[in-house]
Ligand binder design. Sequence first.
Ligand SMILES: [Zn+2]
Ligand SMILES: [Zn+2]
Length: 296
Amino acid sequence: MESFALPRDPLTGRPSLRQAEGSGSGRLIGNPRARELCPFCDSQIEQQVDRIAAAAGLDHWMAASVRNKWPVLTEDQGRHEVLLPCLRHAERLWDLTDGEVARFLAFWHRRLEACAAGERDLFPLMIMNQGEMAGCSQPHLHSQLIGLPAEPDSWGPRRKRVRARDCVICRGDGTTSPIITRQGEFTVWAPYHCRTGLIRIAPESHTSALSAEQLRELGPLVRRVARASTTVMGTLDCSLMLFAWFRLDRAAAHWHLELVPRKTAIATVELSTGFSISSIDASAYAAAVSRALTRG
Ligand SMILES: [Zn+2]
Ligand SMILES: [Zn+2]
């Protein structure tokens, strides 16, 4: 797929996004007055942001999607939304209730579908960062939906490996790698040979049609696994990434989530080679996270 709007590094060929001027000036993470100044809290947000969509609440909106004030790409390149799970000041996934996480993930689905179905041919990326090591500038828990103008280079090979006929997940990455837990139709495992602490979560059967119902069921599981794995790794920070193909090969690719506790920045060896570095044994790590989950 051609990156029609993205400039590329002439040496590496990697595409780059252009962030808006002033990015970083609203940084609140680490600021002792973050809670008081938070632009995402109830009293502030109605005036400060351009709300795109809201999930239905009882007498109030419960989750919202708003335009990112400092998007990572220009308007002509794509779109960048911030998704808020709640309007009270929550900073960690486990500060939300099971119901809030479930409702929020279902809301992810609505926004992903809306992005993929839009007039422009955008490729939706859904991520959630928690804490400074994950690159957050705002401590209030939020996700980001980025509508990219082209499929990222790294997604093509990944997508091919989770296609129906010869799917790596079905073939055993979720069974031969150390399993942390199985719950309902989902398997949670710590794959071998990946970045320190990485965990994958996927439906056991080859499912490409990611549904709102699945995400709702997945919410409480993600919340528990995030807490257990960050506890084991000795950090509060983590990144959550959804790999689902709403535009390409949707009928074939096995969707999955990746969760990475973030304790260190990306090492220069990783940056310069693209190789992963793991400082822990996946089997021992999976066993420790499994025990932490049992303890609750
Ligand atoms: Zn807040
Ligand atoms: Zn599969």
